[in-house]
Write a protein that binds this ligand. Structure first.
Ligand code: PSU
Ligand code: MN
Length: 309
């Protein structure tokens, strides 16, 4: 018989102390580092993210699975391992956590698996770049079955996810409908227009707007009285780093064509599209991506501080 033993995850001493003391902690995911940014740049961004969280008064907890152990809070050497060019880490969604643990795998965690691990560790606030969502159907099909597990997880996991909306590579109206079905509150941070990752506005209205971290924290606390689902706090990319819309639309059309031609599917779609943006935009999308995740980490730390008051 296979028995379940001990705790399913390992927390760094700093993160464990902060959680025990009810001090502000911000969870950070690792897929955006290993599968969303090129090697070299990813480590720089990883360190800047942690520094940004600290500067705003919270403890950063970057999450990944290493040698079969889900780790909440990485050492500097572990962060280097996650970002190494030859890391060869898998992209682990929530469905992959059990296999990774039982089969002693290593991998980076997506929004879905990071949210689940953060929640299990007692961390309520989580920062990322863009939430996964409903992909566009392939040409000739009217529906897609490629709906990110990020949505189902947010439907069941009581965390605040701070992101810059959904990636513009997704069907944003369909993704917002799925979030509504699952009763996930969607808040625009200082905006009435739902953000679209590289673009500060999607043209779709946000259901609710908040203008300071205290109100975002208050909405989360009130929502918890009615539902176990999470809350999406959508913070637009800083205006000076947003991609030019025409360039964006061209790169997106090219990227989708590339995915179709190469027959790419499943969890490879998002990394391939992001990589196309990064190479074809001459680095502009990298700057946008870095600026938006840093801004989200800063806001997440402020929300975590309000929740800890
Ligand atoms: N934010 C970024 N870059 C990324 C991601 C988010 O700035 O690469 C990742 C997250 O880990 C998210 C994943 O969970 O993209 C979505 O993947 P998929 O579409 O396969 O569910
Ligand atoms: Mn997918």
């Amino acid at each position: 018989m296979i028995r379940k033993s001990h705790s399913p995850l390992s927390m760094s001493p700093e993160v464990a102390d902060a959680v025990a003391d009810h001090a502000p902690v911000v969870a950070l995911e690792s897929t955006l580092l290993s599968h969303g940014l090129p090697p070299g740049r990813n480590l720089e961004v990883a360190r800047r993210l942690e520094r940004t969280v600290r500067d705003a008064g919270a403890v950063p907890a970057t999450i990944a699975v290493l040698d079969g152990v889900p780790r909440v809070g990485l050492t500097s050497a572990e962060l280097e391992r996650v970002c190494a060019p030859d890391a060869g880490l898998d992209k682990l969604s929530l469905r992959d956590l059990g296999p990774a643990v039982a089969l002693r795998g290593s991998g980076a965690t997506t929004v879905a698996s990071t949210a689940a691990l953060a929640h299990a560790a007692g961390i309520a606030v989580f920062a990322t770049g863009g939430l996964g969502g409903v992909h566009h159907p392939l040409p000739g099909a009217d529906v897609t079955w490629d709906v990110s597990a990020d949505l189902g997880t947010l439907a069941r996991t009581g965390v605040v996810v701070v992101c810059s909306g959904m990636k513009s590579i997704l069907d944003i109206p369909a993704t917002l409908e799925v979030l509504e079905t699952h009763s996930v509150p969607v808040l625009g941070y200082r905006t009435d227009d739902f953000p679209a990752f590289y673009l500060s506005a999607s043209g779709l209205p946000v259901p609710h707007r908040v203008d300071d971290p205290a109100r975002a924290a208050a909405v989360f606390a009130a929502h918890r009285d009615f539902s176990d689902s999470g809350v999406l706090l959508a913070n637009p990319v800083p205006a000076e780093h947003e991609l030019d819309r025409a360039t964006h639309d061209r790169l997106l059309a090219e990227g989708l064509e590339l995915v179709r031609k190469r027959g790419i599917s499943g969890s490879d779609v998002t990394p391939v599209l992001l990589e196309h943006f990064h190479t074809a935009s001459g680095g502009a999308s990298l700057d946008a991506n870095e600026a938006l995740v840093l801004s989200n980490a800063d806001l997440a730390a402020r929300v975590a501080s309000e929740l800890a008051r």
